[in-house]
Design a protein around this ligand. Structure first.
Ligand code: BGP
Length: 470
């Protein structure tokens, strides 16, 4: 139960998706290929040389043609915000052109029209794991400084076109995932095992400069825009009270905090400079870069799915456990079907941690439970009785209420994959997050018909009561 007054008036409630996981139409409307078009197995599998028919993202859930129907369903739940991403390769098919693709721009005009019609505030991710493939193959993605200019042109085009209609913008999805998934997150074509620290940190620096530059451009061409950074949040607990374990936590945290620190403080923190020195990394940072980094963000957004534990003892580190960000499993927590630790309290902890550290409004832009759903018929209507999803979301939202009572400034909450979409890690559809079931299976079969799950009605009640029914 939450105190019925804890969610402030104007708290933004909604859901989130990413272009490559919903749109489909991967080669329509003048769109170029993105890194996702050669990742048929998601992060877990290798990239392919060319697009292959087994890539579920090529059709995904066909949002490209069904956006009006889907947005109407979001409106029925009472969404006041919808987070979606723009596919870079719809706007600049190769990434390095000088003129944008009008057909791509027009598609997002139509999406915005639909949102406006329903009074839903858009929250736009500029780059969500969708670097144009040409930039990956020709420039090695963000390893190249040239990407800063290409991204600037892309971001400027978006601010000019949509700046009067879109208030909330995110520069890069989960920017701290770059070291863990360099191809998906940074379009880096060099295989991960061959990448040097020097290349990886340089790519990170380029993204941070590009993000700050986008903020600067927005201030000029879309002054009412609010720009946020976006990080993957994962509170890390010491496996034992041994100070060495706490130090391991501090090191892991620093590896993630550096991204938010730069975005909010406008410069690299001392602990990061120490890491560079100790690893013998000599970053190419120009005076102009330093100046650009001072363009700090208006708010900090993040995804939250799980927490993790850390240890200094290599013997306690079991290969393949933890998750893509590292860490070791926490024996006190239950896990999802995909081994992700379920930890609602961790969300309150991370909200307080980020607020204390950065003193910027926070936006929870991803949270949810990936689960295998069973379509059933109740009173002649097809649905999913997803009590497990309701329990997960309810418990997490109660903790958001706790953080609000702690005095944390939270702008809103967008549940991840508010309609079933293709999973980023597995590239399958059977890992479902939605309030809306989409009839599409891992083998590509299915009618793409949409069905309201039980959680659809539950979330609608939560939104309409502004959190009082939690
Ligand atoms: C985040 C990504 C999303 C997303 C989500 C859930 O890391 O920003 O794109 O899909 O995780 O992950 P998955 O789809 O692998 O369950």
């Amino acid at each position: 139960m939450t105190d019925s007054t804890v969610f402030p008036d104007g708290f933004l409630w909604g859901g989130a998706t990413a272009a490559n996981q919903v749109e489909g139409a991967y080669d329509q409307g003048g769109k170029g290929l993105s890194v996702q078009d050669v990742m048929p197995q998601g992060i877990v599998g290798p990239r392919t040389a060319v697009p292959t028919p087994d890539n579920l993202k090529h059709e995904a859930i066909d949002f490209y043609h069904r956006y009006a129907e889907d947005i109407a369903l979001f409106a029925e739940m009472g969404f006041s915000v919808y987070r979606f991403s723009i596919a870079w390769s719809r706007i600049f098919p190769k990434g390095d052109e000088t003129e944008p693709n009008e057909e791509g721009l027009a598609f997002y005009d139509r999406v915005l029209d639909e949102l406006e019609k329903h009074g839903i505030e858009p929250l736009v991710t500029i780059s969500h794991y969708e670097t144009p493939l040409h930039l990956a193959e020709t420039y090695d993605g963000w390893v190249s400084r040239e990407l800063i200019g290409f991204y600037e042109r892309y971001a400027r085009t978006l601010f000019e076109r949509y700046g009067s209609r879109v208030k909330y913008w995110l520069t890069f999805n989960e920017i701290n995932s770059l070291p863990h998934a360099p191809f998906m997150s940074g379009g880096i074509n060099t295989p991960k095992e061959q990448l040097t620290d020097q290349q990886l940190f340089q790519a990170m620096h380029h993204e941070l400069v590009a993000s700050a530059l986008a903020t600067k451009v927005a201030r000029e061409v879309a002054p009412q825009a609010q720009i946020g950074c976006m990080v993957l949040a994962m509170p890390t607990y010491p496996l034992t009270p041994d100070p060495a374990d706490m130090l391991a936590v501090m090191d892991a945290d620093h590896g993630n905090f550096v991204f938010g620190d730069v975005h909010t403080r406008g410069e690299y923190p001392g602990y990061f400079l120490r890491t560079l020195r100790e690893r013998g990394i000599d970053l190419d940072i120009t005076d102009e870069d330093r100046e650009l980094l001072t363009n700090t963000v208006d708010f900090v957004s993040f995804s939250y799915y799980m927490s993790i534990a850390e240890t200094a003892d290599p013997a306690k580190r079991v290969a393949g456990e933890g998750n893509i960000m590292g860490g070791v499993p926490n024996p006190t927590l239950e896990v999802s079907e995909w081994g992700w630790a379920i930890d609602p309290v961790g969300l309150r902890i991370v909200l307080n941690q980020f607020w204390d550290r950065w003193q910027k409004p926070l936006f929870i832009v991803e949270n949810g439970l990936g689960a295998k759903d069973q379509l059933v018929e109740v009173d002649g209507r097809k649905t999913v009785i997803d009590d497990y999803r309701i329990a997960y979301l309810n418990d997490h939202l109660v903790q958001v209420g706790e953080a609000l009572s702690d005095g944390v400034d939270v702008l809103g909450y967008t549940s991840w994959g508010c309609i079933d979409i293709v999973s980023a890690s597995t590239a399958q559809l059977s890992k479902r997050y939605g309030f809306v079931y989409v009839d599409r299976n891992d083998d590509g079969s299915g009618t793409l018909e949409r069905f309201r799950k039980k959680s659809f009605d539950w979330y609608g009640d939560v939104i309409r009561s502004n959190g009082a029914t939690l």
